[in-house]
Design a protein around this ligand. Structure first.
Ligand SMILES: Nc1ncnc2c1ncn2[C@@H]1O[C@H](COP(=O)(O)OP(=O)(O)O)[C@@H](O)[C@H]1O
Ligand SMILES: [Mg+2]
Length: 313
């Protein structure tokens, strides 16, 4: 549904080039939610702005539902509803007028338009503000209005740039629920976030971007598989006193096992993979009495730290 191939974008910041995208490719299938996860400055908004046709890439291509912007800009624009990171509201118009203009652009009119407005103002708690100017709304409510607009229409694709930034948790929960419903009804969604737990909770696919480059991508399961190296082994001991703890530490030190303690639980990590983890377990268990054992999958957070923490320019 969304195909992005090898996008490059360099800004000129006061004569100094800033490479915001360095060959970004991704694809999103119909009805999927893809989370573009990355820290501040990673290039998320640049990608979103290119796809929204607000700025132009230096090179590379993209298309949505088989349509490239340069071939049919009108058709392309009608395929997507976008929530930009920085407000794209008519600040001097009322909430109602903002919604009307947006709906009309996508061909809504009469009863259908009024029904769509009613639906989204209720969804996002905007009904009491219908006649206020957008500029009179607080930041959080402006964001709600921006997002509400995209739920009025039935574009094939929905693109949201950090929509949950500064949003209160209740609304955030609602938004997550609404987005899942939209995906179920067949809309394809690209959402950017800096928040791992959001990507984890919402997205079918996750793309980790850092310094303008994609560092990892896949379903949560695939990302976990890629970080199989980071699996951790937890050994729970019964009543671990100071002496026993010291003895275990010394023993592990001798054997070259990388361990740390949290209470009476020993955490063993090994970059060499699961077999080496289990071998370490065998050695420790031979010598000390282990109460129980657990193998933890790496969390998306582990993955993120590994990818982003380790990724230089
Ligand atoms: N208009 C601009 N002029 C110069 N540099 C920019 C501009 N917009 C973004 N950048 C730079 O491009 C990089 C990527 O920015 P951005 O796409 O906004 O990242 P993100 O949305 O992931 O925080 C950053 O280094 C940012 O400072
Ligand atoms: Mg951004």
């Amino acid at each position: 549904m969304i195909e992005v191939r090898n996008l490059y974008k360099t800004y000129n910041a006061k004569g100094k080039p800033v490479e915001a995208l360095k060959g970004v490719s991704l694809s999103i299938k119909e009805g999927q939610i893809l989370g573009l996860l990355g820290p501040n400055g990673a290039g998320k908004s640049t990608l979103v702005k290119i796809l929204s046709t607000i700025i132009k890439q230096d090179s590379g291509e993209f298309e949505i539902d088989g349509i490239a912007y340069q071939n049919n800009s009108e058709a392309y624009r009608r395929k997507i509803a976008v929530v930009l990171q920085n407000s794209s509201l008519e600040l001097w118009l009322s909430v109602l007028e903002n919604l009307r203009i947006y709906g009309k652009f996508f061909g809504l009119k009469g009863q259908a338009l009024e029904a769509a407005i009613k639906k989204v103002t209720e969804m996002f708690g905007l009904t009491p503000f219908l006649h206020k100017q957008a500029r009179e709304l607080s930041g959080g409510y402006r964001k709600r209005l921006q997002i509400a607009k995209t739920f009025m229409v039935e574009t094939k694709v929905l693109i949201l740039d950090e929509p949950t930034e500064g949003m209160d948790p209740l609304v955030k929960n609602d938004l997550m629920k609404y987005l899942r419903q939209e995906a179920q009804s067949g809309r394809t969604i690209l959402i950017t976030t800096q928040r791992i737990e959001e990507a984890e909770a919402l997205c079918d696919e996750i793309v980790i971007i850092n310094n303008g480059k994609i560092e990892a991508q896949g379903s949560l399961m695939e990302l976990r598989r890629q970080t199989a190296l980071n699996k951790r082994l937890l050994l729970h001991f019964n009543a671990l006193d100071k002496h026993k703890l010291k003895a275990i530490e010394d023993y592990c030190g001798e054997k070259g096992l990388r361990v740390s303690f949290s209470g009476s639980t020993l955490v063993h990590t090994n970059d060499a993979g699961i077999d080496a983890l289990l071998e370490g377990y065998r050695q420790i268990a031979d010598r000390f009495e282990v109460e129980s054992m657990e193998i933890l999958n790496p969390s998306l957070e582990d993955m993120f730290i590994k990818v982003v923490g380790g990724g230089g320019k």
